[in-house]
Design a protein around this ligand. Structure first.
Ligand code: ADP
Ligand code: SF4
Length: 675
């Protein structure tokens, strides 16, 4: 396939993007207080060939304080300098720099500033769990907001950004709140008819165009469709009408779907290009260029999207996190080198949790400045060494790849007949097919290198190690799921009577069969239990989900999957019990107790208990290996060190490799608190 089309320049108002790759605005978890890390992260994308690099939501004033999310600010002069540096560094790499100015309206909390939250109407803010209410804006508030937006646009222009965004998406924008019938209950000229509800957006667009004065482009990010909301904007209803009303006003339409969980949908619940059915109409309505997202990682798909007239620019947030060098790899005909996003939303979870970005596929993200890591370049080792890696899971593979890239002679020994460890095993579960990419990318890269040998069906014991004569041995042997009732909420083993059928995720992935009615007990709280529920339900078992936590798959609230998981379990008629601790299992029934009321125990019919709890690190060979080879030669990483997510495993493998290479793992650079 010829990908030249992806490298066409695209005129966006008065500026020209050098190609169609558009690194969409996304949370980096750095925010205003960690500018150096955020700047380096975005500069890296520009270096990797993204023709436009956009900065995430940037608060325009102190009445839109989104703390606890680490968000950028351009409230006043104090915040100017890092923006100027950011724009300059992005542009120095040949990309356009864009900034998404935003006011959170009814999504702000203003805890940090004590300012009143403002919105179109006197209503509680759009975070029902937070007891804050918004004040209905009067005319002077509206004037004040427009002034703030103009001032922010002026500062953004002065800072050197090429594209200035007006933001009305994700339900995180005051402009969306004015647009929506759900939140706009006004009876003046800013409420009621759609024409009235669009008024403020139109005014702010006009204000921003006035500031841009034909020297900067003005983009509108607009959610054309809100998934599952009451009185929603829809792509075939009011969402379309808004595009028709403002069609030629912005220089660029950046269109998506809302809320954030729909926009950043995971691979478990959506395919590449999942937004197109909602956004593709926009190009038919406007003559202005259109950018959209949808976890695009395949250049073939990108070409077909452009050729079929659905988008002009390929937006990528997660694809640009997983591989900041994706465009360059396509340009250089190295498509097979792309490190494709797996759609797991670990990146999203970090922002939602309020800390800097992490990525399962790209362990160097957010470490460009702090640790000096580059996603593609590993400095050549000063001395060629021989490194033996035991275990070919995510940790072992990333460690091996990093060392091999530095020029080490690398041998990977894997006990099973497959390369990939848990990434491969889990990818066979419903919805997790994309997780294969963790293994596939690394295995492919390793197999291209002349300095790497991979041996499968090769379980090693400590006694095997001396004969290798390796300079470094890295133990990456993973972990084993516990079956004894120990998990996040219970540290006391439970004993089951002889013959009671208790299976772990590992047993099920290894082919063990459940019998009859199944209870899946979730004491891990990530995705695994819910995925097994789905697999077992598909096999026809009656399945009940039980967890001691107060919510189903608690951590997945941060990956934006929780509601979808609950909905899917409901669709599959799976009863769900929360706040319910497992007391015991006699082979025919499990006993659970409600942790809040302490009522029960209740008894649930159960032939097979699937226990998803803690894991035991496979570290037994460490001390013997150190005894035989000397302590300095043997290290351990990934789940074998401390069981965690696959993201933690790739980072751990990478970190251990860098420490062997002595490349940037000693001390973090100090994080700034300079503004
Ligand atoms: P991680 O997420 O830390 O990479 P995984 O469980 O995915 O952990 O991978 C660990 C890999 O190590 C598995 O593929 C497992 O088969 C392999 N392994 C475990 N013990 C040995 C051993 N003694 N010799 C070789 N390979 C091993
Ligand atoms: Fe993609 Fe997962 Fe990386 Fe996010 S963390 S960019 S979803 S691979």
């Amino acid at each position: 396939m010829n990908y030249d089309l992806l490298f066409d320049p695209v005129k966006i108002g008065p500026v020209t993007a050098p190609n169609r790759f558009f690194a969409a605005p996304h949370a980096t978890g750095h925010g205003f207080s960690l500018p150096s890390g955020a700047i380096a992260l975005r500069e890296t994308k520009a270096d990797g060939g993204w023709g436009t690099v956009a900065v995430q939501i940037t608060e325009i004033s102190n009445d839109t304080d989104m703390a606890n999310h680490p968000i950028e600010r351009i409230w006043d002069e104090v915040y100017f300098k890092p923006h100027a540096e950011q724009a300059e560094r992005i542009k120095a790499k040949g990309a356009l720099a864009a900034i998404e100015l935003g006011h959170g309206g009814m999504r702000a909390r203003n805890f940090a500033t004590g300012m009143p939250v403002i919105g179109p109407s006197d209503l509680p803010i759009l975070k029902p769990e937070i007891p804050v209410q918004a004040k209905a804006m009067d005319k002077s508030d509206i004037r004040g907001f427009r002034e703030s937006h103009k001032k922010a646009a002026q500062m953004a222009k002065r800072a050197g950004y090429d594209i200035i965004y007006v933001y009305a998406a994700h339900d995180i924008s005051i402009l969306s709140h004015f647009l929506s019938r759900r939140t706009n209950h006004r009876s003046d000229e800013y409420g009621g008819s759609l024409e009235n509800r669009v008024r403020l957006l139109r005014e702010v667009l006009e204000d921003t165009l006035e500031v841009a004065a034909g020297e900067r482009a003005v983009a509108l990010r607009f959610a054309v469709h809100e998934v599952g909301a009451k009185l929603a904007m829809t792509h075939d209803g009011e969402g379309r009408e808004v595009v028709e009303m403002l069609a030629e006003l912005p220089d660029l339409w950046d269109v998506n779907i809302s809320g954030w969980s729909a926009d950043s949908n995971t691979s478990r619940f959506s395919e590449e290009g999942y937004q197109l059915e909602f956004t593709e109409f926009v190009k038919k309505v406007t003559s202005k260029p259109v950018v959209g997202v949808g976890r695009f990682t395949s250049p073939d798909k990108m070409v077909s999207v452009i050729k079929s007239g659905k988008l002009d620019l390929i937006g990528g947030a997660r694809p640009s996190i997983a591989d900041p060098y994706l465009p360059n790899k396509i340009r250089e005909n190295r498509v097979e080198d792309i490190r494709e996003c797996i759609g797991c939303n670990v990146c999203v979870s970090m922002d939602a949790y309020g800390v800097p970005l992490r990525c399962t596929q790209n362990p160097t993200i957010a470490e460009e400045w702090r640790r000096g890591w580059h996603p593609e370049i590993i400095t050549r080792a000063q001395k060629e060494q021989f490194s033996l890696i035991i275990g070919a899971g995510p940790a072992g593979l990333d460690c091996a790849l990093t060392l091999a890239r530095a020029g080490h002679q690398v041998t990977v020994a894997e006990a099973t007949d497959e390369v990939g460890g848990r990434a491969l095993r889990e990818s066979k579960l419903p919805g997790l097919h994309g997780y294969r990419r963790i293994a596939e990318y690394r295995e492919y890269q390793l197999r291209q290198m002349g300095n790497v040998d991979i041996y499968t069906s090769s379980p090693l014991s400590p006694e095997d190690l001396p004969e290798f004569g390796a300079d470094n041995v890295v133990i990456a042997t993973g972990s084993t799921w516990r079956s004894d009732g120990v998990g996040s909420g219970n540290f006391d083993p439970i004993s089951w009577p002889q013959g009671a059928r208790v299976l772990t995720p590992q047993d099920l992935m290894g082919g063990a069969k459940a019998e009859g009615a199944v209870v899946v007990y979730d004491d891990e709280h990530n995705y695994m239990a819910s995925v097994l529920v789905e697999a077992l339900r598909k096999k026809g078992h009656p399945v009940t989900y039980v967890t001691a936590e107060q919510a189903v798959a608690h951590w997945t609230a941060y990956t934006l999957e929780q509601r979808k998981i609950i909905a899917r379990m409901k669709e599959m008629s799976v009863p769900m019990h929360v706040n319910s601790s497992l007391l015991g299992f006699d082979g025919t029934h499990v006993q659970i107790q409600n942790d809040l009321s302490l009522t029960g125990p209740d008894s649930l019919a159960c032939e097979t208990l699937v226990f998803v709890g803690a894991r035991i690190p496979e570290n037994t060979m460490l001390s013997k290996a150190q005894e035989l080879l000397g302590e300095g030669k043997v290290t351990i990483c990934g789940d074998a060190l401390a069981p965690g997510t696959m993201q933690a495993a790739t980072l751990s493998g990478h970190r251990i490799a860098r420490s062997i290479l002595d490349q940037g793992t000693g001390f973090f650079r100090l994080e700034e608190a300079d503004i």
